[in-house]
Design a binder for this molecule. Structure first.
Ligand SMILES: *[C@@H]1O[C@H](CO)[C@@H](O)[C@H](O)[C@H]1NC(C)=O
Ligand SMILES: *[C@@H]1O[C@H](CO)[C@@H](O)[C@H](O)[C@H]1NC(C)=O
Ligand SMILES: *[C@@H]1O[C@H](CO)[C@@H](O)[C@H](O)[C@H]1NC(C)=O
Ligand SMILES: *[C@@H]1O[C@H](CO)[C@@H](O)[C@H](O)[C@H]1NC(C)=O
Ligand SMILES: *[C@@H]1O[C@H](CO)[C@@H](O)[C@H](O)[C@H]1NC(C)=O
Ligand SMILES: *[C@@H]1O[C@H](CO)[C@@H](O)[C@H](O)[C@H]1NC(C)=O
Ligand SMILES: *[C@@H]1O[C@H](CO)[C@@H](O)[C@H](O)[C@H]1NC(C)=O
Ligand SMILES: *[C@@H]1O[C@H](CO)[C@@H](O)[C@H](O)[C@H]1NC(C)=O
Ligand SMILES: *[C@@H]1O[C@H](CO)[C@@H](O)[C@H](O)[C@H]1NC(C)=O
Ligand SMILES: *[C@@H]1O[C@H](CO)[C@@H](O)[C@H](O)[C@H]1NC(C)=O
Length: 554
């Protein structure tokens, strides 16, 4: 009897001591949902009937297993945005890049381990425009027993920003593809699935409940399709502590700026008078456009003990073209770069690439005006193949892609000056090949062609360091001397400013095929994307794992 008690005691004691990582299982049922709170009677695609979808909670080093069952009429895939997927490219998710789609009635198990990351990320569909309503949060807690590098907030809240169309989003993108014209703009921005109290809508908006004196870790996600967004709370500054699941040097700011695909953790201290405060989400666009969803979405921060019918304390919102507000946010971001979380910036570069981002016009006999909009990197409009690039790479299937993606633009011009006369683009499925563990620098240069604007670029399979950014044309003589190689921010998505450039670096220590694309879905659709093929290194620990048995077929 005593021995048994002792054994139970030992087991109980050993649990927190020896069980460091867990396997966490999730079931994602892809189903249709109807919702009246969104001021529309359309049904839309969701995971588990939730909008936003379910949150994945895990700790660093855990393995996450998600079984996805497709019960809708659309092909689907899911991307775990920002998860590095070390050796598990088969679980990354972009359709025709790392897998064929999960077809109606089929299922697929995503299986990946969370290595060297902690913070907030998001998951979303990665095929056509389905991510508009298929997305959710990923929360990666630090390893058991490891504290945050900042005082532990009393509570945590997830805030997901989105973009809502009253019509069916697949109809919106198909209409645009057929006409060759820009797609219809969205009708509203959402905060945790609520558009806020807009006319002829039953939604009362989201309420963030707080208690005086307490601190809250806000895990904020921009899950919008095409719009960069500002986030602001009346009367409260926010202390930013993490971006894209990497810790940053904490800084206080009034307005948070997030591009689609970006995430950030910020601490809110409930230190104002009891009452109701406005939360505002507004879009950012600093280029002239024909049409733009300029709708403000609002929510409420409400202190416990607020009397009934209080007046909401309001705030000013940044103007649509508030470039300085975006710069003051991005310029404040620095890697924590502590002993525990060093910034391992590559100091020597094996591949120095220069990618010019353009929007062009190609002939199209079936389109409304005989032309269609296209987008390109180094004048190449990327075409997805009909089987996945990763399969073609792994099984060495010829004729799917070539590995001659251009490292430089074919024509050098004044990128931010007058546009060239010829606006046509080339197209193809070209990849850029990297040796295992080689180092890469990419200067992403915005251009003035047709529709100059911000382009939030997202790299799969890696985080990158943002070593430099600027306006105008990148100057290869002068600009590198100003690079920050000490504590640049480490992230997976960053905007190339309108009429400017960014320089990013990463070490290709993850074998596989990795997508790089503009995270404005409208531009991805137009071809603003490419992929790297990273060869295996030496031995099994530096090689892509074999494909899982249930990998969907094309
Ligand atoms: C959603 O509503 C539409 C129209 O009201 C209806 O035809 C459809 O069956 C509903 N779908 C679901 C999943 O409830
Ligand atoms: C997940 O992948 C690992 C190999 O990395 C494998 O051992 C395990 O069986 C897989 N689990 C499932 C549920 O597929
Ligand atoms: C796009 O907008 C136009 C003009 O408002 C409208 O006629 C069309 O039906 C819309 N398309 C979709 C797919 O909602
Ligand atoms: C928002 O855009 C619409 C056109 O889409 C325009 O009529 C309106 O003036 C704009 N509102 C603001 C505040 O810019
Ligand atoms: C490029 O064009 C811009 C805008 O017209 C101009 O200010 C700049 O001087 C040009 N640069 C070069 C190198 O010609
Ligand atoms: C892009 O390619 C097209 C077709 O080959 C060519 O006509 C055009 O001049 C190129 N444009 C640029 C900016 O490289
Ligand atoms: C790719 O380019 C070729 C040659 O210009 C053109 O005929 C074809 O339509 C283009 N394909 C796409 C999908 O744009
Ligand atoms: C990658 O390269 C760096 C720098 O050359 C080296 O320190 C490191 O050991 C290499 N890693 C592997 C896994 O080969
Ligand atoms: C893989 O294992 C070899 C031999 O143990 C080691 O030298 C190498 O650094 C490992 N690579 C990585 C990426 O851990
Ligand atoms: C779904 O994916 C399969 C495999 O790639 C493809 O053959 C089929 O046309 C796709 N269906 C739709 C509606 O896109």
């Amino acid at each position: 009897m005593k021995l048994r008690l002792l054994a139970i005691f030992l087991v109980a004691l050993s649990f927190p001591l020896f069980v460091h990582s867990l396997v966490r299982h999730y079931k994602f049922r892809v189903v249709l949902k109807n919702s009246t709170k969104l001021c529309s009677t359309k049904s839309f695609v969701t995971v588990n009937g939730k909008f936003p979808g379910p949150t994945l909670y895990a700790r660093e080093d855990d393995t996450v297993i998600v079984k996805v069952n497709n019960h809708v009429k659309y092909n689907i895939t899911i991307h775990w945005h920002g998860i590095k997927q070390l050796q598990t490219g088969w679980s990354d998710g972009p359709a025709y890049v790392t897998q064929c789609p999960i077809q109606p009635g089929q299922s697929y198990v995503y299986n990946f381990t969370l290595t060297g990351q902690r913070g907030t990320l998001l998951w979303h569909a990665h095929i056509t425009w389905l991510r508009a309503t298929m997305h959710g949060a990923i929360v990666i807690l630090p390893k058991r027993g490891i504290p945050y590098p900042f005082p532990k907030p009393d509570k945590e809240k997830i805030i997901i920003l989105g973009e809502w169309w009253k019509s069916d989003v697949e109809a919106v993108v198909n209409e645009a593809t057929n006409s060759g014209l820009p797609p219809n703009i969205s009708d509203a921005h959402t905060i945790n699935g609520h558009p806020g109290p807009v006319p002829s809508c039953t939604s009362h908006g989201y309420t963030l409940h707080v208690e005086s004196g307490k601190t809250y870790l806000l895990r904020i996600i921009n899950a919008a399709l095409n719009d960069e967004l500002f986030f602001k709370i009346a009367g409260h500054n926010l202390k930013v502590v993490e971006a894209d699941a990497s810790y940053v040097k904490p800084f206080e700011i009034e307005t948070i700026f997030l591009s689609p695909g970006q995430t950030t953790n910020a601490i809110l201290t409930a230190n104002q008078g009891v009452g109701k405060y406005l939360i505002a989400v507004t879009p950012f666009m600093d280029a002239p456009t024909i049409g733009f969803d300029n709708m403000t979405s609002i929510a409420t921060l409400r202190y416990k003990g607020t009397p009934p019918y209080p007046k909401t304390i309001l705030t000013t919102i940044p103007p649509l073209n508030a470039t300085p507000v975006t710069t003051s946010f991005t310029d404040s971001l620095r890697s924590l770069n502590s002993n525990s979380y060093p910034a391992k910036v590559p100091l020597t570069i094996d591949h120095s690439l220069f990618f010019a981002i353009t929007v062009g016009i190609n002939p199209c006999a079936t389109c409304a005006n005989g032309i269609k909009l296209a987008s390109a990197i180094n004048n190449l409009t990327f075409l997805l193949p009909t089987i996945s690039l990763l399969q073609a790479h792994y099984y060495n299937i010829k004729g799917v892609f070539t590995d001659d993606f251009p490292a430089y633009p074919p024509i050098i011009f004044n990128y931010t000056g007058t546009q060239p006369d010829n606006l046509q683009t080339n197209n193809g499925t070209k990849l850029y090949r990297l040796n295992f563990n080689s180092t890469v620098q990419i200067v992403l240069q915005g251009t003035a062609m047709i529709a100059p604007e911000n382009h939030p670029f997202h790299l799969h399979g890696y985080n990158f360091f943002v070593v430099g950014q600027g306006l105008g044309n990148f100057d290869p003589e002068k600009d590198p001397s100003r690079f920050n190689l000490v504590d640049p921010v480490e992230r997976n998505t960053l905007s190339v400013p309108n009429g400017g450039w960014i320089a990013i670096r990463f070490r290709a220590d993850n074998p596989g095929v990795w997508f790089l694309h503009c995270h404005l879905e409208v531009h991805t659709t137009w071809g603003l994307k490419m992929a790297f093929v990273v060869d295996n290194g030496r031995g099994p620990n530096e090689s892509l794992l074999p494909p899982p048995k249930d990998l969907p077929k094309c």
